[in-house]
Write a protein that binds this ligand. Structure first.
Ligand code: M6R
Length: 609
């Protein structure tokens, strides 16, 4: 939520900031702003609406001069989207400007404190409190003033700060909110994520919580919260700029759907050697694995849906009880955790606040944390006992696609790895799943060839007001993801139900023309799936069925439309079945004229509670 970027160098800052913001816009897009130091004064421009409005206002940056600056693209929390609530927020003298991602929880008390001392506030934001408080403590040294403020503010924040009286530097601060530093020759950057700066440098530093950094043209110095210097290592980002560009596709979402075969190759192939799963640098010992008594999978949104599939597969492979819990619930539960409890945390961004909080709660109770994360160096990855990266490359569209499929593949690999250590899966089945995993990328390519069929089906159903997804077992878990994908980008009301629950209430919603997507890839329960299809059909529903190729002929007798996936091990069917559902959501949203990559009210990385 919210993207921040900062630049100090020898070139004009405003165009560089705008370019960085364009790459961060997926994080929030209701207003945007920049503040640039021209050596003497602070120039601020901000505007409600998409970044384009700001860019037009300042002639793509040409209207504002100066080589040091900060920028922000907002997902509103405190105060509605408006010019005045847009960041940067500026202190009353107009000398200090702040961009912020996160929430200052005690902002109301601090605001009262400042107002009692005669400070007027222009905006409703929590961020303005930070700018005013820095000014309150400022006595000619920005770093000192910022350090004082950090000891008074509570919450989650990454901040970029500039001061007109110290025009050669930027200050960056991080606590529980993502922030990286870019190291260049004659320039330095701060940014919410690598995509904003990869064009300029691949050398980055990952800030830790509580750290403050001073950025100048000549380099970056990081301090702890007591202003003691901290030595940081420089990491090299190994993906190409094209990975974060549309590359000829109309939307990032479609590009990322189409990237899934390659993403799966990268996630799976290096981890299978000579018919066996190999997890390099894995932090769990065989002895620990043998003592696991209970597994929790904790995540939000689509990552939670991966966990739902994971529960079925891990329990089948390991015979260890697995509970899947929403991170936002886990953190307020009283979970029964012992030293023999493994908590698997799943997160694309590695920054989701609820997931992070759940991780810390579980760790506090003595659990071991294994995370499955896409963004290298993210907070969740760094705070886990061990991490398995999905290596899917940058995912820009708000609706996740390739992260879901790679998370699923990594979870299956983990299941196999554990199963081998525990001896819980017969060798023959182990080999079948291994071979099926190796085939997944090319089968995914085959599935994606159904694009035209899906486009046609979308044209039949795009104007429905309500769409249900039904399925049992793994198909139910997959239906949840199909339904989320559809509703988040097309704004069609949609719900997923375990088919067996239909008769317990939901079936009353079925009427003439209601679209029901019947997920029926789990062949063991195919007959039951068919019965449910017949039931909803006889109450007037239109049925679109997702099934395996060998069951298509049976399903065709009843369904109005059919999508098939090739044969694979039953545990891996959600990995193939998800692609047509992603495409269906995409084409329906496209036909409804929705803003696919930036759906309303959403942001890619949810760093507030
Ligand atoms: O980065 P995370 O995997 O932790 O994000 C979790 C959810 O916010 C995310 O999956 C969200 O539900 C997506 N928009 C779904 O497409």
């Amino acid at each position: 939520m919210c993207g921040i970027v900062g630049f100090v160098g020898r070139e004009e800052a405003a165009p560089i900031l705008l370019d960085g913001l364009a790459r961060l816009e997926y994080r929030g897009y209701d207003s945007a702003g920049v503040a640039v130091l021209d050596g003497q004064k602070l120039r601020v421009a901000k505007a409600k609406g998409r970044l384009r409005v700001l860019a037009d206002m300042i002639q793509n940056g040409r209207a504002i001069h100066g080589t040091v600056g900060i920028g922000h693209t907002r997902w509103a929390t405190h105060g509605a989207p408006s010019d005045v609530n847009a960041h940067p927020q500026v202190s009353r003298s107009g000398k200090i400007a702040v961009v912020h991602n996160g929430i200052i929880e005690n902002y109301a008390q601090l605001k009262e404190f400042l107002m009692a001392r005669g400070v007027d506030f222009a905006s409703e934001t929590d961020t303005e409190v930070v700018a005013q408080l820095i000014e309150h403590f400022y006595q000619g040294n920005l770093l000192d003033a910022v350090a004082k403020v950090l000891h008074r503010i509570e919450g989650a924040y990454s901040l970029g700060i500039v001061c007109a009286d110290e025009p050669d530097q930027l200050i960056a601060v991080r606590k529980d909110s993502p922030l990286i530093l870019g190291v260049g020759d004659g320039f330095s950057f701060l940014a919410s994520d690598v995509t904003a700066i990869i064009k300029h440098t691949r050398d980055v530093m990952y800030m830790d919580d509580g750290e403050i950094a001073v950025l100048t043209c000549d380099g970056i110095q990081v301090y702890d919260s007591f202003l003691q210097p901290v030595e940081k290592t420089i990491a090299r980002v190994d993906w190409e700029i094209d990975a974060a560009e549309k590359g000829g596709y109309e939307h990032f979402m479609l590009k990322e759907i189409m990237e899934q075969p390659d993403a799966l190759r990268k996630a799976i192939f290096p981890r299978i050697r000579d018919g066996e799963v190999v997890l390099e640098d894995f932090g769990l010992t065989d002895e620990y694995i043998r003592q696991i008594e209970k597994i929790f999978i904790v995540a939000c949104g689509s990552s939670y849906h991966v966990g739902m599939v994971g529960k079925y597969n891990l329990e089948q492979m390991l015979r260890i009880p697995v509970d899947v819990v929403l991170a936002s619930e886990f953190r307020y539960m009283d979970p029964i955790v012992t030293e023999h409890t493994l908590v698997i945390v799943i997160s694309q961004s590695g920054e989701t606040l609820d997931t992070m909080a759940a991780l810390r709660a579980a760790k506090g109770l003595g659990a071991t944390i294994l995370s499955i994360v896409n963004v290298v160096g993210s907070s969740i990855a760094r705070e886990s006992d061990t991490v398995l990266y999905t290596w899917a490359g940058p995912e820009i569209a708000v609706a996740t696609t390739k992260a879901y499929s790679t998370q699923l593949a990594v979870l299956d690999l983990l299941g196999l790895y554990f199963a081998r250590k525990l001896g819980t899966l017969p060798e023959e089945r182990y080999q079948t799943v291994i071979q099926s995993l190796l085939l997944l990328p090319s089968q995914m390519e085959q599935v994606l060839e159904c694009q035209a069929n899906i486009q046609y089906l979308a044209s039949q159903y795009f104007n429905h007001d309500s769409i249900f997804f039904i399925g049992r077992n793994l198909d139910y878990a997959l239906g949840l993801e199909g339904s989320l994908k559809l509703k988040e980008i097309s704004y069609i009301h949609s719900e997923a139900y375990a088919s067996g629950e239909l008769k317990h209430g939901t079936i009353s919603l079925i009427e003439d023309g209601t679209l029901v997507v019947a997920v029926a890839t789990y062949n063991r329960l195919f007959d039951k799936a068919m019965s449910n299809v017949v039931e909803v059909k006889s109450r007037g529903a239109d049925v679109l069925a997702l099934t395996t190729e060998d069951k298509a002929a049976d399903m065709e007798k009843y369904a109005n439309g059919i999508i098939t996936i090739p044969e694979t091990d039953e545990m891996l069917r959600p990995s193939l079945g998800v692609a047509p559902l992603q495409l269906l959501a995409y084409y329906i949203a496209l036909m409804r004229g929705c803003d696919i990559d930036k759906p309303r009210n959403l942001a890619k990385s949810v760093t507030v509670e």
